[in-house]
Ligand binder design. Structure first.
Ligand code: AMP
Ligand code: MG
Length: 497
């Protein structure tokens, strides 16, 4: 960060929206949070806003044009009654215990309408370590667009209310400009929050955290459990189930998170912390989207196993509360079956196979994935073309995607036999609702970022509109639904953000 001159504290401005704050994470007490003021950024401007996310917290009409809101969501003023805090967590990064991390550049402003409101990129905190507490425009646009896109795809995720930018410079591989993303989630609690207190042997805090999560987010765990410690095993089981379902959705849509460290794993099973993520272009099961991940720990096809590993770290952290190895093991035991079941259900929908269709669906799917991988077929385009082909009965455009014509022909024969068990219109309809025409491919985000760096935010807005209804046709936007250009193959997305 080159704007290192001491910045004035943010001012309070009573003329802005007055949220009705609720008790929340900060009320857990000083062991969990540090009070921190955001550090103002010069000359802020709007980059993108989500009206839908604004409605979640009851923001007044026209907030996107309010200079007061711009100041508040850049961290230059405090919302009335807000008490910003940075939260403490630890975690395993790339499989190794990293010790204390914490919100190094995020601040929790408070909770309203059941949503925690968080600024990301609002300056240094006691947990910034060597970092500058800032986020750059590039990564902030990616997080903003992808959060809202995932939501529209029906995938659990933290939400993004807005991005604001500033001409203030931030040093990464090169000098870039600063931005702040305002995020919303029912909770930003991570596996790493639990690991933190467990590693220190602070069992009282660990219990308070678990009770907080159960009471607010998993009340059934207490209601259905007998002895106290059974509630904690039930919590582990519920988180295991949500995580398995989340991973099934990532794998089905072709989403690669890129940095599945335990501090990026949400206790609510949300997609959290958008960094070097990528939607697959060509189908390559071993695809590594994070340029910094030399070993491929977080390769696309390893994600389900990594989530399983991460759940074991959570289980370990909860052991002082569960206090029964057998109970913890059985809480984790459902992971694989839930994941496989959810994944197959999603893939059946992508194939247009309704409940009535009987046959070797899993075998058919495995054959298809092998064909897609062998020819590195574009993943989203394949599915959308297949949907269209089922609608029209003409499979030519699907065949054109493959070098191995005989292979796909044989597969299509078997597939059509299964499809024939139901009405064609039903299948096509299901497929067009299950196979998005638009996903946030790297090159699309990159084009929006390049324009935004020159002060043109129209492409951010266009993408936002397309991705908010990703299953619609949006005539006139063929390019946004097309193959990535050659230059996209050389895009390198690192952890730097
Ligand atoms: P991430 O890789 O973004 O999930 O971040 C891992 C840890 O590094 C978290 O504790 C972050 O708060 C912290 N961090 C990442 N970037 C910065 C930054 N620019 N300044 C301070 N802390 C950061
Ligand atoms: Mg993180």
């Amino acid at each position: 960060m080159t704007d290192s001159a001491p910045s004035p504290a943010p001012t309070r401005d009573a003329s802005v929206w007055c949220p009705a704050w609720q008790d929340g994470f900060a009320d857990l007490g000083p062991a969990f949070v540090r009070d921190v003021l955001p550090q103002p950024l010069a000359d802020p401007y709007w980059v993108g806003t989500s009206a839908q996310a604004g409605a979640l917290i009851g923001l007044p009409e026209g907030w996107q044009r309010s200079p007061e809101m711009l100041a508040a969501f850049t961290g230059n003023t405090l919302l009335p009654g807000s008490r910003p805090v940075a939260t403490i967590y630890s975690g395993h990064q790339f499989g190794v215990w990293a010790g204390q991390l914490g919100d190094g550049r995020a601040l929790l402003l408070g909770q309203t309408c059941g949503q925690e409101l968080q600024l990301k990129g609002s300056g240094r905190t006691p947990f910034s370590r060597m970092g500058d507490g800032r986020a750059v425009l590039r990564s902030s646009i990616r997080e903003f667009l992808c959060s809202e896109a995932m939501h529209a795809l029906g995938i659990p995720t933290t939400r993004a209310l807005c991005v604001t930018g500033s001409p203030a410079l931030v040093a990464r591989e090169e000098l870039e400009t600063a931005a702040v993303v305002t995020r919303l989630a029912e909770s930003f609690i991570r596996f790493g929050h639990f690991e933190h207190f467990a590693a220190r042997g602070h069992t009282d805090e660990l219990r308070a955290l678990a009770d907080h999560v159960i009471e607010r987010h998993y009340p059934a765990c207490r209601a259905n459990a007998g002895p106290q410690r059974a509630a904690y095993a039930a919590l582990l089981e519920a988180v295991t189930e949500r995580t398995a379902r989340l991973l099934a959705q990532w794998q089905a849509v072709g989403f690669c998170h890129g940095v599945m460290n335990t501090d990026n794993m949400s206790i609510l099973g949300l997609t959290l912390d958008y960094g070097p993520f990528q939607f697959l272009d060509a189908y390559d099961p071993g695809h590594i989207c994070n340029h910094s991940d030399a070993q491929g720990r977080y390769a696309f096809d390893r994600q389900p196993t990594v989530a399983w590993w991460n759940l074991h770290r959570l289980a370990q952290a909860l052991m002082p509360l569960i206090d029964d190895v057998q109970a913890a093991q059985s809480a984790l035991a459902g992971y694989e079956a839930t994941l496989n079941h959810a994944y197959l259900a999603l893939m059946r929908a992508k194939l247009g196979l309704g409940a009535a269709v009987q046959g070797d669906d899993a075998g058919l799917l495995q054959q298809l994935l092998a064909l897609l991988a062998a020819d590195r077929v574009d993943y989203p385009i394949f599915w959308r073309r297949l949907s269209q082909a089922v609608a029209t009965g003409d499979f030519g455009a699907v065949r054109d995607l493959f070098l191995d014509g005989a292979g796909i022909d044989a597969w299509l024969l078997t597939y059509q036999e299964l499809l024939a068990q139901q009405e064609r219109g039903f299948a096509a309809d299901l497929m067009l609702r299950s196979n998005p025409r638009f996903v946030l491919r790297n090159h699309l985000a990159e084009q929006a970022i390049r324009a935004a760096k020159l002060g043109d935010f129209s492409e951010v807005q266009t993408l936002q509109t397309l991705l908010a209804r990703p299953f619609d046709e949006h005539p006139g936007h063929d390019a946004h639904a097309g193959f990535p250009p050659d230059w996209a193959a050389h895009l390198s997305i690192s952890c730097s953000s």
